[in-house]
Design a protein around this ligand. Sequence first.
Ligand code: HEC
Ligand code: HEC
Length: 163
Amino acid sequence: MKNIVLGAILTVSVSFASGVKPVDNQLYKKECASCHFGFQPGLLPARSWVKLMNNLENHFGDDASLDKNDKKLLVDYLVKNSSDRAMNYKRSRKITSSIFGNSTPIRITKTPYFIRKHDELRVGMVKQKEVGSISNCIACHTTANKGIYSERAINIPNYGRWE
Ligand code: HEC
Ligand code: HEC
């Protein structure tokens, strides 16, 4: 009986771990999902988040600086849930293993895994005003907020479903 119950629990946790872990931090939602989609911590390794968080004054042309305490709380959250600490999530694992150990990308969109997955997109799909930037995950991935990026849930504005 015990084994049957354990088996059921394992099956459930495996099926939940196909994407990346959804954002579950209110401070992160407030501070890091106001200008753009709230990228899940499991989309970049810890060293990338540390590098990005150490230069918030000069954040892709914007000033995203925070007070010391909030910054520390968010670095802790990001590192604890980073792709290299979330290897039970399939996407996190693939992103982590695609990045060379000596490189520290601060864009998800510059990781080899991401580039490989998006090389079939046409310029018009990204540049149109409903999307604007390849960093705007939620414009095409309808379930991005849940950390689910599967092909089944892709719908590109004005172009339709990918499958
Ligand atoms: C004042 C606005 C603003 C705030 C606040 C902000 N960002 Fe950004 N962020 C930007 C802009 C602008 C870009 C570049 C977007 C683009 O190229 O389309 C960006 C890009 C990024 C990227 C790279 C996305 C990619 O291309 O892969 C990451 C990661 C990121 N931000 C994380 C954060 C985190 C973490 C926080 C909270 C500490 C944060 N941002 C807060 C404006 C902001
Ligand atoms: C312009 C639309 C568009 C945007 C914006 C976009 N994607 Fe995608 N993404 C796609 C398409 C289309 C595919 C499917 C490619 C394929 O496998 O054929 C894809 C594939 C993926 C995959 C792999 C899915 C799979 O089943 O193999 C992941 C993970 C992913 N995207 C994450 C992201 C993240 C994270 C962002 C934002 C930083 C993002 N995407 C932005 C269109 C987009």
